[in-house]
Design a protein around this ligand. Structure first.
Ligand code: 5GP
Ligand code: SF4
Ligand code: MG
Length: 465
């Protein structure tokens, strides 16, 4: 998901709509915006579909007045069952004796089921099926006198990954979980401030990037300035390495590094680790593009757009059902036959999950007359599900959970298949010495099976580490 908030600018909701539009790649199912203005109080709008199809209409934006606003774009993860319902669309809102609060959450709470059971037993009435709603109910039960203090209370009980943007009548609040699994950045816009999942959404509103919110940090922003707190026990940060590979936009800056450059470096590492003789390096658009550019640069093999993407389709993987996903690939990608025919082609993609995309693309490329097909993948084999906010299927559906690299190659029917090593990925992400077993500095659980936060709910449901 993507979260965004601004304080201290006129018609803040318009800024939020723009910010969410720039974060649309983080979630395309639905979006929501809440704003506050003294006369009409809190106002909210939640809609299915793209930001640009909803939050551009004057008639809707007029209902969201005020100089303080937050928003959310949703992509549902493994915890949620079936298609998104409008009641699951954030921001969520709660009204307490100490005032109202709206919250938008990116990440996944790993003890949400246990918390929900406990809260329901004690009388909470849940409105949605979302793990994020726990935060509101925990806040409602806190005895603290201010919203930020209640939020600290609530978030100390929550486990897992959370980047939260929240607002009260007068405050914009941002929090990251102690490991800082999901991103969250702070920017300055005019006389006000903005919080965003990624820096690319600061650019779109002309905001200046100030800094990242630190893992375990809470910032409370008012007309008077910014206060910073560290409400949690300090831990070693474990930022999601898959944000670097796929999830974030290439024009964003993560941890002081350009995502585009990290991805290009992945391609360079891949070319060193897994060279092959061929005529053409071709990205699987768009997520494989920077790595393909790096691979071509390092290997000296020409780069070409052998697959053309229809600009009007979303990311396939994010459509929730298998059937839609299966249709998605054909609707989205087509082969540039004139370029492919008779060539030995290296295809660069970001990841292999179920293997559905790779199988289809291989077939398209062979049908177009390619002589050989070599897959090079910009992440290590995805052998474990993510429980921290990226949608991966259960373990048995992950190709790499049941097959070796050679078996996957045979299954996909390609001439060769190689994944970047975990060490190579760390080097590309700026860790010159690779992944040191003593101190991995990213979360890489979907590749290594080493979960930095125990997925309590999943273990209770029988998941084995
Ligand atoms: P597969 O077809 O192997 O199941 O999925 C891999 C494809 O899904 C890749 O092309 C990748 O770009 C895309 N993808 C979209 N969203 C995600 C995600 O959340 N996780 C992973 N691993 N891949 C994703
Ligand atoms: Fe990111 Fe993978 Fe960790 Fe999930 S398991 S947070 S996708 S690195
Ligand atoms: Mg892809």
């Amino acid at each position: 998901c993507g979260v965004f908030g601004v304080i201290g600018v006129n018609d803040a909701a318009n800024f939020v709509a723009l910010g969410l539009h720039a974060l649309q790649h983080r979630g395309q199912e639905a979006g929501g915006i809440v704003s506050y203005e003294s006369e009409s109080g809190f106002n909210s709008a939640r809609r299915f579909g793209y930001v640009r199809d909803n939050f551009t209409k004057a008639s809707l934006m007029e209902t969201l007045p005020g100089s303080l606003s937050i928003g959310h774009v949703r992509y549902s993860t493994s915890g949620s069952k079936g298609a998104t319902q409008i009641r699951d669309v954030q921001p969520f809102f709660g009204e307490f004796s100490v005032g109202g609060v709206a919250i938008a959450h990116n990440g996944n709470i790993t003890n949400a089921e246990a918390l929900r059971r406990e809260l329901i037993e004690r009388g909470s009435i849940f409105q949605s099926s979302s793990d994020s709603e726990c935060i509101i109910h925990l806040m409602a039960r806190s005895l603290q006198r201010t919203i930020p203090e209640r939020m600290k209370d609530a978030l100390r009980r929550v486990e897992g990954a959370f980047s939260v943007v929240a607002m009260t009548r007068t405050k914009l609040i941002g929090v990251r979980d102690p490991l800082g699994v999901r991103p969250l950045v702070l920017g300055k816009v005019g006389d006000g401030y903005a919080l965003s999942s990624e820096t690319c959404a600061l650019d779109i509103i002309g905001a200046e990037f100030i800094r990242e919110i630190e893992p375990g940090e809470m910032v409370v922003i008012t007309g008077k300035g910014i206060e910073s707190f560290h409400p949690f026990e300090r831990k070693k940060s474990r930022f999601c390495i898959f944000e670097q590979v796929y999830f974030s936009r290439p024009d964003s800056i993560l941890g002081g590094r350009s995502v585009y450059e990290t991805r290009r470096q992945i391609g360079i590492e891949l070319a060193k680790e897994a060279p092959v003789e061929a005529d053409l390096v071709c990205p699987v658009p768009d997520s494989g593009t920077p790595a393909a550019i790096g691979y071509s640069f390092e290997s000296g093999i020409p780069y070409g757009m052998g697959i053309i993407r229809n600009q009007y389709m979303g990311r396939t993987f994010i459509e929730p059902t298998e059937q839609i996903r299966n249709m998605g690939v054909r609707l989205k990608l087509n082969v540039n036959r004139a370029l492919i025919e008779g060539k030995r082609v290296i295809l660069v993609d970001d990841s292999v999950v179920r293997g559905t995309t790779s199988l289809k693309i291989k077939q398209m490329i062979l049908d177009a007359g390619a002589k050989e097909v070599h897959f090079r993948i910009a992440s290590p084999p995805t052998a474990w599900p993510c429980f921290y906010g990226v949608d991966t299927p259960e373990r048995s559906k992950l190709l790499a959970a049941t097959m070796s690299e050679d078996e996957m190659r045979d299954h996909l029917g390609v001439d060769s298949l190689r994944f970047i090593s975990l060490d190579g990925l760390y080097r590309a992400a700026g860790e010159a010495e690779g992944r040191k077993a003593s101190s991995p500095q990213f979360c890489d659980a979907c590749f290594s099976g080493e979960y930095p936060v125990e997925p309590a709910d999943m273990i209770e449901r029988g998941f084995e580490l």
